[in-house]
Design a binder for this molecule. Structure first.
Ligand code: ZN
Length: 142
């Protein structure tokens, strides 16, 4: 799968920023949006949804993944992810989201996240979660 073009990267970032406007973040005030680009060219977004219990809060990345799966099943693979926020802060995916995304990304998927300096950092997914549980259990999913 070819890497996303500059235009696709910008579309993905804009979709994530738009989703961040829907974040439910009354406790942290941290409004995060994520956009997943699939191998069929479709984009699915998500935002963080906090809960008064704190522990039941779901991040934007997992929100987007669950939304995508609930709409179309696991028929597509994620080729790129963009994560941004309305707080001008860095927002790399947390460990839980990395593990969930590992289930659905292509081998050469790339993650773009806000660097807290007005730009986006691009990191191959394989560098964000090397030796993921999904890698070692991949036979079990087939
Ligand atoms: Zn997360």
């Amino acid at each position: 799968m070819p890497q996303p073009t500059r235009e696709q990267q910008e579309l993905l970032r804009e979709a994530a920023a738009s989703a961040a406007k829907n974040a439910y973040a009354p406790y942290s005030g941290f409004h995060v949006g994520a956009a997943l680009l699939f191998d069929d060219g479709s984009i699915v977004t998500g935002c963080n949804v906090e809960n008064i219990s704190y522990g039941l809060t779901i991040c934007a990345e997992r929100s987007a993944a669950v939304k995508a799966l609930s709409e179309s099943g696991a028929t597509r693979k994620i080729v790129a992810v963009a994560i941004t926020n309305l707080n001008d802060a860095a927002s790399p995916p947390c460990g839980a989201c990395r593990q969930v995304l590992a289930e659905f990304v292509t081998e050469d998927a790339v993650v773009y996240f806000a660097d807290g300096k007005g730009g986006m950092t691009a990191v191959p997914f394989s560098q964000l979660l090397p030796h993921s549980f999904a890698d070692w259990k991949s036979d079990a999913r087939r």
